[in-house]
Design a protein around this ligand. Structure first.
Ligand code: KMH
Ligand code: ZN
Length: 275
């Protein structure tokens, strides 16, 4: 089994400092959190930007500042969000891809998202995929429901995505696929040939689905974007605390954790000279 890639989803677009006082929001906070997560075993950081007042933004200048601050502190695979926040335009969402990070997310369809709708029109999605290809950015395909995986398989056949793809199975968003072992097994059975995959369990599902992924040969995403608690009723003290627990469990299961360079090799990323 290949080494475990841990992604730290540090900030997200929805969680507030009121809900999680340790949420990193400003570029230097995000960079410090990224470094702590790398020390704990993360090899990818999934980034969302915020304005100083905490509201989400896809402003390229803010992403540039965050990425520079992270690179000044540590080596890690930078993955920017193109999901942004519900209601943003597709042009806004796409902006950080033009900074040519190593990876970016690509949502593979529309879905109810709590009391909102997370819209991903196929025409916009194809522009996202094409732009990532043009900038040498590897997409991580965000799969919130099973039809999105079917779309991914179709898009590979149509030449819109380059195999082998990397997939993130996001389970437990209210309105999308449930965070159950059965959901995970069902999706895993339909992965495109050669795909690498990670699991992002939402809320209390983060730990059990992460443990399943360790056992099944998948990879794991943790962090405040998806879950702010360490255990029931107890807030996590940091993103790194959540990373460290997954790394610890993986080590106990005799599955070593990948360094950023090892994760690059697993994901087929060419190391960039400016890292
Ligand atoms: N904030 C969600 C609406 C992504 O980063 O690509 C979408 C999201 C997915 O967070
Ligand atoms: Zn995200």
């Amino acid at each position: 089994m290949e080494k475990l890639i841990i992604t730290a989803a540090l900030t997200g677009a929805e969680v507030s400092k009121e809900q999680q006082p340790a949420l990193p929001v400003m570029p230097d906070e995000i960079a410090a959190a990224a470094e702590a997560c790398v020390r704990a075993g993360a090899s990818i950081v999934h980034l969302h930007a915020r304005r100083p007042d905490g509201t989400p933004t896809q402003d390229k200048a803010v992403y540039r500042e965050i990425i520079a601050a992270i690179r000044a502190r540590c080596d890690v695979i930078i993955q920017v969000s193109t999901g942004g926040a519900v209601g943003m335009t597709s042009a806004e969402r796409l902006a950080p891809v033009t900074l040519a990070p190593e990876m970016a997310t690509l949502s593979m369809g529309s879905v109810n998202f709590g009391s909102d709708v997370f819209l991903n029109h196929p025409a916009d999605m194809t522009v996202f995929a094409r732009t990532m290809r043009e900038h040498g950015v590897k997409p991580e395909l965000e799969i919130f429901d099973s039809g999105m995986l079917t779309t991914a398989v179709r898009w590979i056949k149509q030449g819109l995505l380059d195999p082998p793809v990397h997939v993130d199975l996001v389970l437990g968003v209210p309105g999308a696929m449930a965070a159950t072992p059965e959901s995970l097994m069902f999706l895993r059975a339909q992965l495109p040939a050669g795909a690498t995959w990670t699991v992002a369990g939402i809320g209390p599902a983060q730990l059990p689905l992460g443990v399943m992924a360790i056992l099944l040969g998948g990879h794991v995403r943790v962090g405040f974007e998806d879950n702010i608690f360490f255990r029931k009723g107890e807030l996590a003290v940091s993103n790194a605390q959540l990373v460290a627990r997954i790394a610890r469990i993986s080590h106990e299961m005799e599955r070593p954790v990948a360094t950023p360079d090892e994760a690059r090799a697993i994901l087929g990323l060419a190391r960039r000279l400016n890292h």
